[in-house]
Design a protein around this ligand. Structure first.
Ligand code: GUN
Length: 307
């Protein structure tokens, strides 16, 4: 937690405020989650004779997607899954991609299917997501899963929103009764994380990068989640003192070329009580939750077969 303390300088003439920020390490928590999954994979192999199998499909050569997919494969191997990455050129037709998904749906040896987004413009993403068998939908993007989430029925929690809630819990941030502002309304992060915060009895405002009087809105937030993909969009004047700030953005800083988030970390860290870094915050948590979801899909299938 951030500690506010007045320090009297040696000559007693000036008062300074010293702050120590709590940066929430997604890397550390993700490691703990993956250790736990790894233990359960060892048990699953004893009970069912094989580990879970995750198949990730990458279409095209977008560098960011390539890097995300590589990370997912690495984590899958680390926890003891069978991991397959299928790379297809961006000239693949929609029909070919859908056929590939049908084959994987029918393959008894495959437990989780993830198609890395975004897809090239000529492929209808909604059709692709709908085609993945919902029992193998480790992303939690299938419309039946989304409906279940919004209706509070059993479902697979989408990886990034699930990871954000785990980070808040780990940092000891109270969610119930708090004001949460989510900047971003995507199906992948903004909307589902808002729902998860609402389910934990926060009062949630969903905003976007062009929301009117955004700094006025965000400066009331006890919990601020930012997922818009704009480098350093959130500045210190937009953050309530003592807020928990969760940065989902992964961008290139136009000045330095380095990776940066949607939040101007250095200035906002002075104001926030807890804040996630980029890299090393939400990103590793998304992958750790993907490992949990894959294990969950596998175990659901195995228990179903035992009935
Ligand atoms: N692209 C960016 N985030 C994600 C994700 O969580 N899942 C998939 N499939 N694609 C993404």
């Amino acid at each position: 937690m951030k500690l506010y303390g007045a320090i009297v300088s040696a000559d007693n003439s000036k008062l300074k405020t010293q702050t120590s920020i709590m940066t929430i390490s997604g890397t550390q928590l993700a490691k703990e989650i993956k250790e736990n999954v790894k233990g359960k994979v060892a048990e699953a192999i004893k009970e069912f004779g094989r580990p879970p199998h995750l198949v990730v499909i990458l279409v095209g050569e977008d560098p960011a997607s390539q890097s995300y997919v590589k990370g997912k494969g690495k984590d899958a191997e680390e926890v003891g899954f069978k991991s397959t990455t299928i790379r297809k050129p961006d000239t693949i037709s929609e029909k070919e991609l859908l056929n590939l998904i049908h084959e994987l749906n029918a393959d008894e040896d495959v437990d989780g299917i993830l198609v890395q987004l975004p897809l090239p413009k000529h492929i209808d993403e909604d059709k692709v997501i709908e085609t993945i068998d919902k029992s193998k939908d480790v992303d939690g993007f299938h419309p039946a899963n989304v409906a279940a989430l919004w209706q509070k029925r059993p479902c697979i929690y989408p990886c990034t929103p699930k990871g954000i809630i785990k980070l808040l819990d780990k940092a000891g941030v109270e969610i119930e009764g708090k004001k949460a502002v989510v900047i971003g309304r995507s199906n992948i992060v903004g909307l589902p994380v808002s729902k998860l915060l609402l389910d934990r009895n926060a009062t949630v405002t969903i905003a976007h990068s062009r929301s009117l009087n955004l700094p006025e809105v965000t400066s009331h937030a006890d919990i601020l989640v930012v997922a818009i993909g704009r480098p350093k969009f959130v500045t210190a004047d937009m953050v309530k003192p003592g807020a928990a700030v969760i940065d989902v953005g992964v961008n290139r800083d136009p000045d330095s070329g380095k990776l940066c988030g949607d939040v101007d970390f250095d200035s906002c860290a002075e104001i926030a009580s807890v804040i996630t870094p980029v890299p090393g915050g939400v990103g590793p948590m998304t992958r750790a939750c993907l490992m949990e979801n894959t294990l969950e899909c596998f175990l659901n299938k195995m228990h179903q077969q035992q009935k």
